[in-house]
Design a protein around this ligand. Structure first.
Ligand code: HEC
Length: 164
């Protein structure tokens, strides 16, 4: 009896391993197909470059922040500050391997100072710190060899369809 079960085991074990291997083989193919399709999706997904983030997020919210502050519309100013911050965070998130992801930290002290001025509803501090913020935009542009992208405190409001 013992011998019989031993024979049975010696036959059944390799068979079950074979079946097992076959199963994991087809699972592997299945996984590979899924990985390939995810990779394809990833390759064709749109990740905005730093230039696009600057153009579509940073630049407009920098301008709106200024006009909200000028009108002492502190609720809107805080909203615009957060939107602007979102642009810088996207650079850190999507461009980890690029020099701008490291350099972007230079703007945070100025952003904090603007946040404090908004919280204190202090128009003079807002103005001073907005100038510091704007200078820091240019410090980063210079550091990354984009010194020809010169940012200034906005003079005209290009968003005529929004109340500030
Ligand atoms: C991390 C450093 C850094 C900081 C801080 C920074 N920028 Fe930039 N900015 C860049 C780089 C790099 C480019 C060029 C990106 C490219 O073209 O790929 C750029 C480009 C731009 C452009 C040109 C976009 C265009 O299409 O004409 C504008 C406008 C701009 N930044 C606005 C700002 C403003 C406003 C601030 C501050 C509130 C700011 N940037 C802060 C790095 C920075």
């Amino acid at each position: 009896m013992k011998r019989l079960s031993l024979i049975f085991l010696s036959l059944a074990l390799p068979f079950s391993i074979m079946v097992g291997c076959e199963q994991s083989g087809s699972e592997k193919v299945d996984l590979k197909t899924r990985i390939d399709s995810l990779q394809n999706k990833l390759n064709s997904s749109y990740i905005p470059g730093t230039g696009a983030i600057m153009n579509t997020i940073v630049q407009p919210h920098h301008l709106k922040l200024w006009f909200a502050g000028q009108h002492k519309n502190w609720a809107l100013a805080e909203y615009e500050r957060q939107e602007l911050m979102g642009g810088f965070e996207k650079i850190q998130k999507y461009h980890k391997d690029k020099p701008e992801a490291t350099a972007v930290a230079m703007i945070f002290p100025a952003m904090d100072a603007v946040e404090k001025a908004i919280r204190d509803k202090d128009a003079a501090a807002f103005k001073n710190n907005f100038v510091v913020l704007t200078n820091t935009c240019n410090t980063c542009h210079k550091a990354l060899k984009y010194e020809f992208n010169v940012i200034k405190v906005p003079t005209t409001n290009s968003f005529g369809n929004q109340s500030f």
